[in-house]
Ligand binder design. Sequence first.
Ligand code: CP
Length: 312
Amino acid sequence: MPTLPWKHVIESQQFDRKLLEVVFRVADQMKADLAGERKYAKALDGKIMASLFYESSTRTRFSFESAILRLGGSVITTENAREFSSAAKGESLADSIKIIGGYADVIVMRHNEAGSAVRAAEVSSIPIINAGDGAGQHPTQALLDMYTIVDAFPDFTSLKVAMVGDLRYGRTVRSLSYLLTKYENIEIIFVAPSVCKMEMDIKEYLDKNKVSWREETDLAQVAKEVDCIYMTRVQKERFHSSDDYEGAASKYILTKEIVAGMKKEAIIMHPLPRVDEIPTEVDEDPRAMYFEQALNGLYIRMALLYLLLNND
Ligand code: CP
């Protein structure tokens, strides 16, 4: 079994095509194993994962914790580190990381500040996995997103992806944009309210890596031409008070009528949680992939933990 060439998982650009294939193949093995033999059930016996979450989470924290438990390891956790760790007493992130490094074999950390995962990695004696750092990145989400896309379009030679909603503060669309540059003939269409358009650093990165992109405003028109629509929640918690949150949040809703105009083989993705940008009546459409996407997070995170911590 190959190993990963670095200690920490901080940003999605760390993964080249070859590494992506490795992670995806191990994720396939994990998926098959959970449904069958369970030969990996004790693969990480004795390993301890610390899940250190300064921001709320359902999918990322539970899937990481499920992943290590399903591999035979153990979890130490705080789901609200701002309140229930010594951060509440003023302890610095660096001190907390140094201390936890003595108690665990890997730290999965979500933090409200962009750049916090890099700061943690600089002082950590054990691997840090970035589980979302503010409006920065969410690399393991991008891995499960790409795994879902490749599963739906195994032999694609070109792909048109629409990213919709909060592209300014959305770390998932930022990380996925980086990862899409690893593939040929990708076209990205950004559809966002004016207060949360995709930032220039991503647009420049796409230009540099020869990924075609454009901005549009008519979701119904865009929906007709793409292979994948990636909806996102407008994140109220990251908005400045002067921004028009209500106007932005209600601007792009993927209604059943819009979905009816999509290609038959297209897919609808969302990192979740959603508010009302995808009405629940869309869930029964066979193109709605977001619950499978979230489940893929378990296989991807099992694969990552296995590749980072397995000593065999
Ligand atoms: N997609 C995602 O990161 O979900 P959670 O915030 O629930 O972890």
